[in-house]
Ligand binder design. Structure first.
Ligand code: CU
Length: 66
């Protein structure tokens, strides 16, 4: 398992938290948003997912990776 913390811009409310965490769950990663710090801690299986695909899933929801 790989564990990475990404800085994500544009998250402002609980809806954003759900959108980001839901998108990660959909591709098989586990995300935990820290709204105050504007970060997402992502745990994923590096044999199944790349960091790029994780970033893409977040960006597809309309947020920018800092
Ligand atoms: Cu929001």
């Amino acid at each position: 398992m790989q564990n990475v913390t990404l800085k994500v811009e544009g998250m402002s409310c609980n809806h954003c938290v759900k959108a980001v965490e839901g998108a990660l769950e959909e591709i098989g990663a586990a995300g935990k948003v820290n709204l105050a710090e504007k970060t997402v801690q992502v745990e994923y299986d590096e044999s199944k997912l790349s960091l790029d695909s994780i970033k893409e899933a977040i960006e597809e929801q309309g947020y920018d990776i800092a």
